[in-house]
Design a protein around this ligand. Structure first.
Ligand SMILES: Cc1ncc(C[n+]2csc(CCOP(=O)(O)OP(=O)(O)O)c2C)c(N)n1
Ligand SMILES: CC(=O)[C@@H](O)[C@H](O)COP(=O)(O)O
Ligand SMILES: [Mg+2]
Length: 637
């Protein structure tokens, strides 16, 4: 079904101020229409569906009660913000979500004044909201701040650091805990179990806040209506919830799909709160759309789909994904070595470790959204004699950097970092780009840093990492499919610090680190058509560098150009350092380093993003010609 849903009430809402003119009955209808519009929009764009469907009523209630954008609603992660975007003046562009030139899939300050704080990485909302509150106190932007944070994101250290600080500062601050008992995968950990205990038993029998006095703050009609909300038996039995112990008033849990609970609770909280308050809202991920509710990830992320059937458009697959190749290779290594264990920070499916967990349940650890802990936990595992593979997306490893330095590298512990989503990732945009890992890892003494040029190389790099006990080792690989190359029956450990020449030429050498190799080879073909032969080499290692290979290429070619899917400061910078130290520039080598440009590139297809970055075959060819001082005739693609 491609028809747009009928949305008479939503059609009257252009900005949140319009909600103030609606009756509560109309707000109910608005929520239904907003849900239908969200489903319809995501069916044509793909994207994060389940989280948004779970907060439709909450979005309506928050905008109905608070005065946005003066009051700031800060959506944690931001993957649930599509209904918010529809209500805040972006409905006309909602079918451009996550596409080139379109709306971001997350909140973004540059996009709207209703997005007071950008996100996409989790667990930042409470810190940011507290910052807004303190700024307002000091004469900055006035208004309330409301952090909406999911149960998965609440388990991260940052959220607790913020709660700790907020409880101490005692300022009026709202934290809405959106508890849908889901992360991307089912949530893990003691906090999740604790939240379940908070509403164990029959849900919503009687409402009584463990934050004593809160009920008495409620207007009479609500006190009666609140009987349907659940009594905080457990919390009261232990003398208060964890959140109260941290200095928050706790209100809930309430049914986050029932506007008759949400509206009065938020109105009362808004009218009466004086200090930090946590409102515990129970929701369902994927709510109101059966295919999402049925999905194992509750519709967390989806491709384009048919609204009637929920059937997703299938991409034609030519090769296995790097993620799957990593997982299968690791399983093979682990079958031969019982010391191999694996660690993921809430991304078992995304990293492929769900497959490892199926095969070795006791040797796989999902630590929740806790990258810092994942790294130090892996360090502990290594110190204890295991061979941990810590599989984290490049962008999320940024959060564990001090742990990589302090807990892993300085102690020379053999943690194996499997860095997925290296390079530009497409629709998730700049927040998820894996741009910096080579720069922030390759400068660490004693670490080995590899990048796979294709999926066969990845198999060998997993074997290399498994065999390497001398210290930390990292290997990076991109999102998506491999190149469809022939696969080795078994991974063979690579010689550490040894690259390979793929194609011999004479005038120029292209030295690639990672999967730009395919583009380098295409560029070499194009150059050959111009009568110029190029050597193409795969560096494999950014640390340690293959000095012999690099110096040979430098001394035997007029020009040397390095290529990588990373920011300045990475592979090319290390090569430049080597060439400078060895005095190769003194003899007139023309050296260029092709890296990601010094900008954050917005969402588009990965191919389009690499075009913007100037790292496709056409730009490589142009760079060669430019470096050699050869004029280009005709237009480039
Ligand atoms: C630091 C960080 N690690 C991992 C992720 C990937 N991630 C995005 S959403 C999500 C689950 C969040 O769960 P929750 O906060 O409960 O929100 P829900 O999707 O259930 O609404 C994860 C793990 C991330 N965005 N940021
Ligand atoms: C919101 C978030 O951080 C994740 O859901 C992310 O979008 C997953 O990306 P992949 O699709 O690459 O696993
Ligand atoms: Mg959740």
């Amino acid at each position: 079904m491609t028809d747009r849903p009928k949305t008479p009430v939503l059609d009257r809402v252009h900005l949140p101020a319009d909600l103030k003119r609606l009756t509560d009955r109309e707000l109910h209808q608005l929520a239904d229409e907003l849900r239908a519009e969200t489903i319809s929009a995501v069916s044509v764009t793909g994207g994060h569906l389940g989280a948004g469907l779970g907060v439709v009523e909450l979005t309506v209630a928050l905008h109905a009660v608070f005065d946005t954008p003066r009051d700031k609603i800060i959506w944690d992660v931001g993957h649930q913000c599509y209904p918010h975007k529809i209500l805040t003046g972006r409905r006309d562009r909602i079918r451009t979500l996550r596409t080139e030139g379109g709306l971001s899939g997350f909140t973004k300050r540059s996009e709207s004044p209703y997005d007071p704080f950008g996100a996409a990485h989790s667990s930042t909302s409470i810190s940011a909201a507290l910052g807004f509150v303190c700024a307002a106190d000091l004469g900055g932007d006035p208004g309330d701040a409301v952090a909406v944070i999911g149960d998965g994101s609440m388990s991260a250290g940052m959220a607790f650091e913020a709660m700790n600080n907020a409880g101490h500062l005692k300022k009026r601050l709202f934290v809405i805990l959106n508890d849908n008992e889901m992360s991307i995968a089912p949530p893990v950990g003691a906090l999740s179990a604790y939240l379940s205990r908070l509403y164990a038993g029959a849900p919503f029998q009687e409402f009584k806040s463990a934050a004593k006095g809160m009920v008495s703050l409620l207007p009479e009609p609500f006190q009666e209506g609140a009987r349907r909300a659940k009594e905080m038996l457990k919390g009261m039995a232990v003398g208060g919830t964890l959140f109260e112990e941290l200095g928050f008033s706790y209100l809930g849990p309430i049914d986050g799909h029932d506007l008759d609970q949400l509206l009065p609770v938020l109105r009362t909280a808004h009218a009466r709160a004086t200090g930090p308050m946590l409102i515990h809202v129970l929701t369902k991920k994927g709510k109101g759309y059966a295919p999402a509710e049925r999905a194992a990830d509750k519709g967390h992320a989806t491709g384009k789909f048919d609204v009637l059937t929920g059937q997703q458009a299938k991409a034609i697959s030519n090769a296995p994904s790097y993620t799957k190749v990593f997982a299968q290779s690791l399983i093979r290594e682990a079958e031969a070595d019982s010391r191999i264990v694996a660690v993921t920070a809430a991304m078992p499916d995304g990293t492929g470790l769900n497959l490892f967990a199926d095969r070795f349940p006791k040797r796989c650890f999902d630590v929740g959204i806790a990258e810092q802990h994942a790294v130090t936990f892996s360090a502990g595992l290594a110190a204890g004699g295991m061979k941990p593979f810590c599989a984290i997306y490049s962008t999320f490893l940024q959060r564990g950097y001090d742990q990589v330095v302090h807990d892993v590298a300085i102690q020379r512990l053999p943690v194996r970092f499997a860095i997925d989503r290296a390079g530009l990732v497409g629709a998730d945009g700049a927040t998820h780009a894996g741009s910096f890992d080579v720069a922030f890892l390759a400068n660490l003494p004693g670490i080995v840093v590899m990048a796979a040029a294709d999926e066969a190389e990845l198999v060998h790099m997993v074997a290399t990492a498994a065999a390497h006990d001398a210290g930390p080792i990292a290997f990076r690989y991109p999102r998506g499919e491999g190149v469809g190359c022939e696969m080795p029956a078994k991974g063979v450990p690579l010689e550490i610090g040894r690259g390979r020449v793929i194609r011999e030429g004479s005038r120029v050498a292209l030295l690639s680190f990672g999967t730009r190799l395919a583009e380098a080879l295409k560029a070499a073909e194009a150059l050959a058509a111009r009568g110029m032969t190029a050597t193409v080499a795969d560096a494999r290692f950014a640390k340690p560098l293959d000095r012999d290979l690099i110096l040979n290429l430098a001394r035997n070619h007029e020009a040397l150009i390095t290529l990588e899917e990373g920011a300045v400061g990475g592979f090319g910078s290390h090569v430049a350092q080597l060439l400078a130290e060895e005095g190769v520039f003194d003899s007139g080598l023309k050296y260029r380093s092709m890296v990601l440009p010094d900008i954050f590139i917005d969402q588009a297809s990965p191919e389009a993003m690499y075009r913007v970055a100037g790292l496709d075959a056409a730009r490589i060819e142009a760079k060669v010609l430019d470096t050699l001082g050869i004029a280009v005739v005709g237009k480039r693609a």
